[in-house]
Design a protein around this ligand. Structure first.
Ligand code: SAM
Ligand code: F3S
Length: 440
């Protein structure tokens, strides 16, 4: 009898989303509750990420800890979900034979089924198939806490960047039907949701056909969601530069509910490296997208991901990355050290750059990204920002806090009745990533 579930989530927002779906489905079928303490759990799930090697190593160190718990409590079940499960499958059992269930991002809805099979057969169960988009037909009606919710609209990725494991672990891009997404958003509004974040590894690759046979894309979805009165803010992430159609760019000038922020990973400022990465755009093309976006929405803030130390990256390539950062002036962005992923084309490229040089470049980039983010924060001083108050302040429980369009947390002294409301605030103080404001 399952009572308490502990889920440890690694990686991106898609994984956070998938973990909440696992919780929903176990609640529905087994009436389980969530625990924050693995020692308390009957079922421990590790929802894993394999985008970089470090994340993978962490899984095995956690498994060591859970093996000890299982020795003390033989009824404890241990499950591995997510991208490491998808990539390693049965191999996980060679290293950790005490694991009971292994399932991929597209088979998480089969968790109750897998648990039943595990109980009946008494042996570990593995299901890492990609059964199209069946997952969404089997998930229970979503539950939420608060006024912000994520909705997955497209699963997988078909871009096959030469360094990335995602297309192999999550499968090819498959979009959910438009009507299903709208129905989910409308349902979420009945639970008090006012802000929707549309999710996908390549969310702007969303393509579908309406039930009347018309083509649908992310721009159309934004237009329809904008028409839902009780939705006050729409966000979407993560976007690929090659899918920034003019229709989608136009949305930024057209729909006031669309947040004025876009996460658009460029990865490198060198065309030579972009080609080796198989990104299929040039720096000039990327700059053109930004130009068009700024024309439609001068206040838009743009953030990016960068990979440092891609095989063959020279000092000159790295200088070009620094140049594009200076030119575009990105908002708080992420930079990662290139991590060779098994089976990806880039992992076969000869790599001569010493590790210390890569680390030096990474530090330099992180410093630049941080400094640019802070500059943008300081520029927000005195401005009026629309924020969604999501709860009490993490810094001071007597205060409340909310987020701006560009994800800055704003702390303010105000009545708790503002929680779950959108309010306009004037920014009165800036401390790096956090801001302070007053309601106007
Ligand atoms: N769809 C997004 C895009 O257009 O690039 C990317 C999603 S990917 C899961 C998230 C980020 O992880 C990428 O933008 C990239 O910077 C980073 N990443 C992916 N593979 C990586 C690798 N092998 N080494 C280091 N960073 C990696
Ligand atoms: Fe990965 Fe490139 Fe897709 S970074 S998630 S293969 S767009």
């Amino acid at each position: 009898m399952l009572k308490k579930v502990f889920i440890k989530t690694f990686g991106c927002q898609m994984n956070e989303y998938d973990s909440s779906k696992m919780q929903d489905i176990l609640n529905k079928v087994h009436a389980t509750s969530k625990t924050e303490d693995p020692k308390d759990a009957d079922l421990i799930i590790l929802n894993t990420c394999s985008v970089r090697e470090k994340a993978e190593e962490k899984i095995y160190s956690h498994l060591g800890e859970y093996e000890t718990l299982k020795k003390n409590n033989p009824n404890l079940l241990i499950a591995i979900g997510g991208c490491v499960a998808s990539q390693e499958g049965q191999n996980i059992l060679k290293r950790a034979p005490f694991v009971d269930l292994i399932f991929g991002p597209q088979t998480l809805h089969r968790l109750p089924d897998l648990l039943a099979k595990r109980k009946k057969a008494g042996i570990s169960q593995v299901d890492i198939s990609f059964p199209e988009i069946e997952k969404f037909d089997h998930l229970p009606i979503p539950t939420v806490s608060g006024s912000s919710a994520m909705v997955s609209i497209i699963e997988g990725c078909s871009k096959y960047c030469s360094f990335c494991v995602v297309p192999y672990t999550r499968g090819e891009e498959i979009s959910r039907p438009l009507e299903d997404i709208l129905a989910e958003v409308v349902h979420l509004t009945t639970l008090g949701v006012k802000e929707i974040t549309l999710l996908g590894q390549n969310v702007n690759a969303y393509r579908s056909i309406t039930k009347h046979g018309h083509p649908a894309d992310l721009a159309l979805l934004i237009e329809y969601i904008s028409e839902i009165d009780t939705i006050e803010r729409i966000k979407f992430t993560t976007s690929h530069p090659n899918e920034m159609t003019d229709n989608l760019i136009d949305c930024f000038g057209k729909f006031p509910k669309l947040a004025t922020h876009l996460h658009l990973p460029i990865q490198s400022g060198s065309d030579r490296i972009l080609t080796a990465m198989k990104r299929n755009y040039t720096v000039l093309e990327y700059k053109n997208i930004i130009k068009k976006l700024k024309k439609k929405c001068p206040d838009i803030s743009i953030s990016s991901d960068f990979i440092v130390g891609f095989p063959g990256e020279t000092d000159a390539d790295f200088e070009l990355t620094k140049k594009i950062i200076q030119q575009i002036e990105f908002d708080f962005s992420y930079s990662f050290l290139y991590s060779p992923r098994p089976g990806t084309p880039a992992s076969y490229i000869h790599d001569e750059t010493p590790h210390e040089i890569k680390l030096k470049r990474l530090n330099e980039l992180q410093f630049m990204n941080e400094a640019q983010g802070k500059t943008i924060s300081h520029r927000m001083l005195g401005s009026i920002q629309r924020i969604l108050i999501d709860g009490q302040s993490w810094k001071n429980p007597k205060e409340i806090a909310g987020k701006t369009d560009n994800n800055r947390v704003v702390d303010l002294k105000a009545n708790k009745s503002f929680i779950n409301q959108f309010v306009n605030v004037r920014i009165t103080e800036v401390t790096s990533k956090r801001l302070r404001g007053e309601i106007i």
